[in-house]
Write a protein that binds this ligand. Structure first.
Ligand SMILES: [Zn+2]
Length: 276
C-alpha cells in the first residue's frame, strides 16, 4: 500500500491511510489546493495537514467531506486549525448526520479499551461542514475547476463525488469501494444505490480514473461491474420482501454477490425502506 502520495493524474494526489485504508485526495491548482476527506481524528487530521504541506506550499482553499462517516470527517478540526477559515464543503445532510452519529461512534470506541485509536477518537472535537449544497458545488483553484456532485443516496444519504474535469478523474468516496465489498451500514440506502451509481457512471468516460474511498483507483468498467452487483442486491431484497420472507430469514435466503455478513444491514434497511 505504501504511505505516500500517489499522483494519479496531473496535480491530483491520493494517499491511503491506515486504519481502514481510507483514501484522502488533494487537487493542486494555481491558486491553492482542495483536500478531499480528513481522516478519523484530530491527531490524524494533523498528520494529514503535514502531509499536504509536503505537496505544495500553497494554501488549502477548501476541504470537502465525501460523506458523514467518521473516518472521512473527524480530521476536520485539524484542517481548520491548519488553514483557518477554510470552508468545509459537503452535502447539506452531512452536519446533522455527523453530529447525530457522534454518541454512537464515540460510545463504540469508549467501550473498546484495547483499540489503539480510542483516546484520539474520544478527544476529537467534531467540526461540521459549513459550505453545504443539495446537488452541485464547484471551486475555482485558479487554473482548474473542480466540481462536487451529489448523485443520490447510496452508501449514505449525502454521498458526494468530486470530479476534476481537465484530467478526467473522480474521487468517489464510499459510493465505490475497491478493497472490500460496498459497505452497507445502518445509514445506507441499498435500493437507491444502483441508480446513484448509474448517475456517477454518466459522469465517466472510457478513460476516466475513479478513486474509491477505500482501495486502489479503478476504471469505468469496475464501476459498471459494481453497479451490476448493487442492482443484484437491490433486486433480491425487493423479491424476498415481495415473497413475504421475514427480514431475519432473508439474508440466508439470498444468493448474493458479496459475503452474506456484509448484507445483513442492506436487507434490514431495504425492508424498512419498502415499509416491511
Ligand atoms: Zn463510509
Amino acid at each position: 500500500m505504501g504511505n505516500l502520495w500517489t499522483e494519479v493524474a496531473a496535480g491530483c494526489f491520493v494517499r491511503r491511510y491506515d486504519p481502514f485504508d481510507v483514501s484522502c485526495g488533494v487537487v493542486v491548482g494555481g491558486e491553492g489546493l482542495l483536500v478531499v476527506d480528513s481522516r478519523m481524528s484530530t491527531a490524524q487530521g494533523r498528520e494529514l495537514a503535514d502531509d499536504v504541506r509536503t505537496l505544495s506550499a500553497a494554501p488549502v482553499r477548501a476541504v470537502l467531506n465525501t460523506h458523514l462517516h467518521f473516518d472521512h470527517t473527524y480530521g476536520n478540526r485539524a484542517l481548520r486549525d491548519a488553514w483557518p477559515q477554510v470552508p468545509i464543503a459537503a452535502h447539506e445532510s452531512v452536519p446533522e448526520g455527523l453530529l447525530a452519529d457522534e454518541a454512537r461512534i464515540k460510545g463504540r470506541y469508549a467501550a473498546d479499551v484495547g483499540d489503539p485509536h480510542r483516546d484520539e477518537i474520544l478527544s476529537t472535537e467534531l467540526v461540521a461542514p459549513d459550505t453545504l449544497f443539495a446537488s452541485v458545488w464547484s471551486i475555482d483553484l485558479g487554473d482548474r475547476y473542480v466540481e462536487a456532485v451529489h448523485p443520490g443516496r447510496g452508501h449514505t444519504e449525502g454521498d458526494v463525488v468530486v470530479r476534476v474535469p481537465d484530467v478526467d478523474l473522480v474521487y468517489a468516496g464510499d459510493l465505490v469501494e475497491e478493497s472490500g465489498p460496498p459497505a452497507y451500514g445502518a445509514d445506507s440506502w441499498p435500493l437507491e444505490w444502483p441508480q446513484t451509481v448509474e448517475l456517477l457512471v454518466g459522469l465517466l468516460s472510457g478513460s476516466s480514473l475513479v478513486v474509491p474511498g477505500h482501495g486502489a483507483p479503478v476504471d469505468k468498467d469496475f464501476v459498471l461491474g459494481q453497479r451490476v452487483d448493487l442492482a443484484d442486491v437491490a433486486g433480491q431484497i425487493q423479491a424476498l420482501a415481495a415473497d413475504g420472507v421475514p427480514v431475519d430469514d432473508a439474508p440466508a435466503r439470498g444468493s448474493w454477490p458479496f459475503p452474506v455478513e456484509h448484507l445483513v444491514e442492506a436487507v434490514r434497511r431495504g425492508y424498512a425502506q419498502l415499509g416491511r
